[in-house]
Design a protein around this ligand. Structure first.
Ligand code: ADP
Ligand code: MG
Length: 880
């Protein structure tokens, strides 16, 4: 057996081999050692007697799916090797073969939350001028392909797809392979390109040989590994990434479209807010739309028109929702039908889903809106399929398809007879006895049964002469009687005796036929699923638009941006419509940049994000959180959220910041949207400020994208004097009863700059300290007026993106440098507070210095007001 095992294992060296023996799947050797650890199984050994026992561990076959899931979730492959014949009947070694290979990219039975997301398998090939990519979700049959001219865009797409497995031919450069490893993406090798008819069919719509090839690679891999029908796969479609708004994955992450930055969960994301879909397929489509917002104005408006109708008609919309709730995941059902692993329950789900379609169609028709005509037409009720299932399958079928009880009475005469025979066997015999008595006139004729002879007709010796010779065949002779059989009785006998067995076998045959019939309709089923998902997403847009007071935005190609009362939909949802302070965003044709200033926590980041989210929502076809809006159609969105707010990147944040900023500067067009949130915070003050200014100038002079730039460098607000396409806005704050109140209101002009000291005052710091801080600030400001121009000019000559963070000691020192301790402190901090650092404080004693040192280090953003109170209280005690 181990020989057989090894033979199979050699074909699947990179997978865990689950090898069926009796009621268990066993793992051997390295698979066993590693598997036992990953699956928390007990490791045992085979052949104890020999010197080298074989490590093994096993799982019961009934629970095998759970174990496979665990391994595949962790990014491994699992080959399942089954017994291909009944071990009791096998002569010699039981035949075994791998019946499926489960890999992270080819999982089908996704449950729970995973039902709402696609599981994509990707193939990548290298071509002359870049890369080709194909992807599929095996459970839905979606198959798409495209090409990229550089690695960054390719990786961006792969990350966007959340691919967990990439198929390759062995020609990918190491740089790419390493990135896959880093991202824990499994690399699967496929070297043979199959010339299968399936490949030809699926690639027939493609014109470009390179993309044909990458699709062929992907399909070959599926054919080699899956060993099942791919009938549900849809013909490959070429897509142009530039046909959609591009949002790189950093930005998707920053904007929290699908995952919350802190929790990594869905809650608090845009997807979470917008998803009022009623079906899992709708939920998946919504994410696809979010991933690829449109850039074609009329296509966006077509979606808006539909949303508008659904928004305006509350009752019809509620009706639609009620019907949609009853629609199951048709897309994945279609996939399972193709794979041949549906059971009776799945078919009932299919029927139930199909039964909703005429109702949904009817509601759409009563709305009588031209915008919805097309959608209504695409809703094909597939009544023959629904009818077939209705006639054939019982309402509550068992899970198993091989044990009977699946097919309805009245569907098949033969099956009815079997069932009749089973349940009415006795009655039938009694009837026959009666019939025979009447036919022969023998009143004591009886029909009996024994194990050896089966059913018989018994006639007493005295009546034998009344029996016609022809039909009766002698079976057994007793002292007083003879026992006979007739062809009819024989037939019924085998009917009754074999009824159970035959009926289950026939049921299975019938079931398979029905399943195949449904399989023949997969394409229609998929088209229907698509139409229903679209309707589901559109009704979801209508629901959120109503619930959260969204408005239909106008769209333009004129670089005109005007939002009245814009809101951040997610923040607003958390704090409530009443609490949220709406803000306008006004950037006419002649404005490229808004420079946003304002104290910490005033709402700068929120303001910027709300614009980006609104742009994405608008181009998905959804309405947006505002009271009126006119938006340019953006081709791309870039965001760079400054280091202070950067909760994610563990590596050198400043480097990441510069890389992302560079990405925006290199790739943005005048039709793009850029958000630069406190850029330059990650390095020393002047260094950062210099970069910030240079970046603004570069955008202003070369890029012309609509750009929101928030900054804590007030010095930059004077830029509006030189840069015609830049405007200052600020987020206000005010003092009320001795408390700093954030108004969250954005207004024209630069912010008042004394907030830092203001906050310190509110925190109750000693008067003398505050006075001192104000003096230092003035001194710095005066000096800075002189330094500013020279300092910046020098910096702007260097390349922004490649210049590493300068050490504090190399910085231009704005004040006298004679205090050792202060310098040490400054170097320790190496941040913005250094602005204050090199100033001598001769009258400070040791305690003062300690307090100042602690004050500098205080991370206000991570403290609660209570923490601050306590800290300040401690200082007061010290200073008394
Ligand atoms: P900043 O970037 O200026 O430091 P944030 O944008 O991070 O400020 O906002 C800080 C907090 O202020 C947010 O978490 C939110 O609770 C609140 N906030 C921001 N904008 C508004 C608004 N328009 N209305 C009400 N609250 C807001
Ligand atoms: Mg911020």
């Amino acid at each position: 057996m181990m020989e057989q095992y090894q033979h199979v294992k050699d074909q699947y060296p990179d997978a865990f081999l689950f090898y069926r023996i009796g009621d268990f799947y066993e793992l051997f050797n390295d698979d066993a050692v590693k598997g036992a650890q990953l699956l928390e199984l007990t490791l045992t050994a085979r052949s104890h007697s020999t010197k080298h026992p074989t490590p093994m561990c096993g799982v019961p076959h009934k629970a095998v799916e759970n174990y496979i899931d665990v391994l595949v979730d962790k990014g491994y492959k699992v080959a399942v090797c089954d017994q291909m014949e009944d071990p009791r009947k096998a002569k010699g070694m039981v035949k075994r073969a791998v019946t499926r290979l489960v890999t992270p990219g080819t999982r089908m039975d996704l449950k729970g939350d995973s039902a709402q997301t696609n599981n994509y398998l990707v193939a990548v090939t290298m071509v002359n001028n870049g890369y080709c990519l194909a992807y599929t979700d095996l459970s839905t049959g979606e198959l798409k392909t495209t090409r990229f001219d550089n690695q960054t865009s390719l990786m961006n797409e792969i990350i966007n797809l959340s691919a967990r497995e990439v198929v390759e031919e062995g020609s990918l450069p190491d740089s790419l392979v390493n990135q896959f490893k880093k991202l824990n993406i499994l690399l699967s090798h496929q070297d043979k390109l199959l010339k299968d008819s399936e490949v030809a069919y699926l690639t027939q719509k493609l014109e470009d040989d390179d993309v044909k090839r990458v699709v062929a690679l992907l399909v070959s891999y599926l054919l080699t590994t899956q060993k099942r029908s791919l009938a549900h796969m849809q013909m490959a479609v070429f897509y142009q990434p530039s046909a959609y708004m591009k949002i790189d994955h950093f930005s998707k992450h920053n904007l929290e479209l699908m995952t919350n930055m802190r929790s990594g969960k869905r809650q608090g994301t845009l997807a979470w807010l917008l998803d009022e879909t009623k079906t899992a397929m709708g939920s998946r489509l919504l994410k696809q739309w979010m991933d690829r917002p449109l850039i074609d104005k009329s296509a966006i408006e077509a979606r808006q028109d539909k949303v508008q109708v659904l928004l305006d008609n509350y009752f019809e919309r509620s009706n639609l929702q009620e019907e949609l709730i009853k629609v199951y995941d048709l897309e994945r059902l279609a996939g399972r039908v193709a794979y041949g692993n549906v059971n009776g329950r799945d078919l009932i789900q299919l029927k139930t889903s199909l039964e909703q379609v005429p109702k949904i169609k009817y509601v759409l028709e009563t709305l009588d809106a031209p915008a919805l005509d097309d959608l209504a037409k695409r809703l094909d009720p597939m009544s023959e399929v629904a009818g077939l299932i209705d006639r054939a399958i019982v309402e509550e079928p068992p899970i198993s398809v091989t044990e009977g009880g699946v097919i309805k009475d009245g569907y098949n005469t033969k099956l009815d007879e079997y069932r009749d025979a089973m349940s009415n066997g006795k009655q039938w015999i009694a009837d026959l006895q009666q019939k025979e008595r009447e036919a022969t006139g023998i009143n004591n004729l009886k029909i009996g049964y024994n194990h050896v002879f089966g059913y018989y007709i018994e006639v007493s010796k005295g009546n034998l002469n009344k029996l016609p010779q022809d039909r009766y065949e002698r079976k057994q002779t007793l002292v007083n009687a003879e026992r006979f059989s007739t062809p009819e009785l024989k037939e019924k006998e085998s009917l009754i005796l074999g009824a159970q067995e035959k009926s289950t076998a026939l049921e299975y045959d019938l079931f398979v036929k029905i399943r195949d019939e449904v399989k023949g309709q997969i394409k229609r089923l998929q088209a229907l699923a698509k139409a229903l998902s679209e309707l589901d997403v559109l009704q979801s847009f209508a629901v959120v638009s109503e619930n959260y007071h969204f408005v239909r935005p106008k769209l333009n190609h004129d670089h005109e941006l005007n939002i009245k009362d814009g809101r951040h939909p997610v923040v607003e949802k958390f704090m409530g419509h009443q609490e949220y302070v709406p803000n306008d965003v006004v950037m006419g044709k002649d404005t490229d940049i808004l420079l946003i200033t304002g104290p910490n926590m005033s709402g700068k980041s929120t303001y910027m994000r709300q614009l980006a989210l609104s742009a994405i929502m608008a181009q998905m076809g959804c309405f947006i959180p505002a009271s009126r809006a006119n938006l340019p159609i953006f081709d791309q969105i870039f965001t760079r959220i400054g280091a202070a707010d950067d909760l994610v990147s563990g590596e050198s944040t400043f480097m990441v910041e510069m890389m992302e900023a560079n990405n925006a500067l290199q790739h943005a067009t005048k039709n793009s949207l850029i958000l630069f949130d406190e850029i330059g915070r990650g390095t020393a003050t002047y260094d950062g400020m210099a970069l910030a200014q240079a970046i603004i100038e570069y955008v202003h002079n070369h890029v012309h994208a609509k750009t929101l730039f928030s900054t804590h460098y007030h010095e930059l607000t004077t830029l509006d004097q030189q840069l015609k396409r830049l405007k200052n806005v600020h987020v206000g704050a005010t003092e009320e009863n001795g408390e700093l109140v954030f108004l969250h209101k954005v207004s024209a002009g630069p912010a008042d700059k004394s907030y830092g000291i203001h906050v310190a005052k509110l925190a109750g710091m000693p008067q003398s300290l505050l006075k001192r801080a104000t003096d230092i600030l003035h001194a710095l400001e005066n000096e800075h007026e002189e330094d500013h121009v020279a300092g910046i000019d020098q910096a702007s000559e260097q390349s922004a993106a490649t210049e590493p963070a300068t050490k504090p000691s190399q910085q231009k020192e704005p004040a006298v440098e004679d205090n050792h301790q202060e310098k040490a402190l400054a170097e320790e901090d190496n941040g913005q507070l250094e602005l204050f650092a090199p100033t001598p404080k001769p009258h400070m004693n040791k305690t003062d210095q300690q307090v100042v040192k602690q004050l500098r280090k205080l991370d206000l953003m991570s403290m609660t007001p209570m923490d601050v109170m306590q800290q300040v209280y401690q200082w007061q005690q010290k200073l008394k």
